[in-house]
Design a protein around this ligand. Structure first.
Ligand SMILES: *Cc1c(COP(=O)(O)O)cnc(C)c1O
Length: 376
């Protein structure tokens, strides 16, 4: 089994066009030469020292994130769940240190996915994630995305944070409208609440902006990151403003592996590419092309698909037939896709997929549909 760019070879020697990217992880494709070089170079220097010492690769990566985003502070993790865990602890500790110990509740949204630790499943509260694992952690209220006025009318005295994915991934590629995100920012400002974005799937260029929330023209207090930032190497982080992070003093939180030299060296190489001249623009352009192809597919096959969702290269097809059938038919045409809730199929290619590969994908989608129609 091996990979090259947007392609994966199975153990039996078949090549697949990978529009799954390990669920939005292999942001720069498989076996990317720059990432390999960064990893090899670091592997020959040092693998692990612990966070008792300063780690140059970690400091360099933190500096890039601080220079390029809203963040003043970066806490490195090994996964998305750990980044969310850090975000939740940070929000609670912020108000605790201000003497507002009752202000500890976090508001989340239906359809959200924040990981699989006890805190993360308690935050989402979806039955699929929580069944059999109770009792859940208290301190989370799940809101509907449908009724903004209801949210505005809530009592925020005991609320420390609002946590939301700007584009829900597992939930079915649901883009939260810019006005909704702006409204949440205003609620947080007016009621002294921290705004926390889960950009674990939607971030690091996937939406065509570095972070998907940028589209709403607002700035958050805390952002959880993972998946794409490591390009396939386990790496995540929790970004925050100086103010929001003020409760997380030395010794209050920690990680043995988080921010280790290998992960940070790779993360640095990923960001170098993502922030290179024209890269994010190319994601937008390629997203448009791919989206247009998918739109055509939907229009021509209304019995199979009903709509295209998402932004940039974080796209979803809402299906009229069972999404597992689509995934299988795609697989039979050497095309890899990912299922999501709400009977959606996710299309998450590496961000450096070529236009030629997008055309190959379009052909394979059409062949896949022919197979499905012939079986209907
Ligand atoms: C994948 C994901 C997580 C969890 O990340 P892990 O690395 O699997 O712990 C959390 N939130 C979102 C939006 C995700 O897509």
């Amino acid at each position: 089994m091996k990979g090259k760019g947007a392609w994966l070879e199975s153990t039996d020697g078949n090549w697949y066009l990978d529009l799954a990217s390990g669920i939005a992880v292999n942001s720069l494709g498989h076996a990317n030469l720059d990432l390999i070089e960064a990893l090899e170079k670091q592997a020959k220097l040092i693998w692990h020292t612990s966070n008792l010492y300063s780690i140059p690769a970690q400091e360099d990566l933190a500096q890039i994130l601080i220079d390029k985003t809203f963040a003043d502070k970066v806490f490195f993790t090994n996964s998305g769940t750990e980044s969310i865990e850090c975000a939740i602890k940070m929000a609670r500790k912020y108000y605790y240190d201000k003497g507002e110990i009752r202000k500890n509740k976090i508001l989340t949204f239906e359809g959200s996915f924040h990981g699989r630790s006890m805190a993360a499943i308690s935050a989402s509260r979806a039955e699929k994630l929580t069944k059999g694992f109770g009792p859940l952690l208290s301190g989370f209220d799940v809101l509907s995305l449908g009724n903004f006025e209801l949210i505005q009318s809530l009592d925020f005295n005991e609320v420390c944070g609002i946590l939301i994915e700007p584009i829900q991934g597992e939930g079915g590629i649901i883009s939260i409208p810019a006005n909704f995100l702006k409204g949440l920012r205003k609620i947080c400002n007016d009621n002294d609440v921290l705004l926390i974005f889960d950009e674990i799937q939607s971030g690091i260029g996937r939406s065509g902006d570095f972070f998907a929330y940028e589209y709403a023209g607002i700035s958050p207090d805390i952002v959880a990151v993972a998946k794409g930032i490591g390009g396939g190497f386990p790496l995540g982080c929790c970004l925050a403003t100086k103010e929001a992070a003020s409760g997380m003093s030395v010794g209050t939180h920690g990680s043995t592996f988080g921010g280790n030299p290998l992960a940070c060296a790779v993360g640095g190489a990923v960001l170098k590419e993502i922030f290179s001249e024209g890269f994010l623009d190319s994601v937008k352009q390629k997203g448009k092309k791919l989206r247009a192809n998918l739109k055509k597919l939907v229009l021509e096959n209304p019995t199979i698909f009903s709509s295209v969702r998402g932004r940039g290269l974080m796209l979803g097809l809402k299906c009229e037939v069972d999404n597992s059938k689509i995934i299988q038919a795609a697989y039979d045409n050497n095309l890899l896709l990912v299922p999501a809730a709400d009977n959606v199929v996710r299309v998450l290619p590496p961000l450096n997929i070529t236009y030629e590969e997008i055309s190959i994908a379009a052909e394979r989608f059409e062949n896949m549909v022919e197979d499905l129609v012939s079986k209907q």
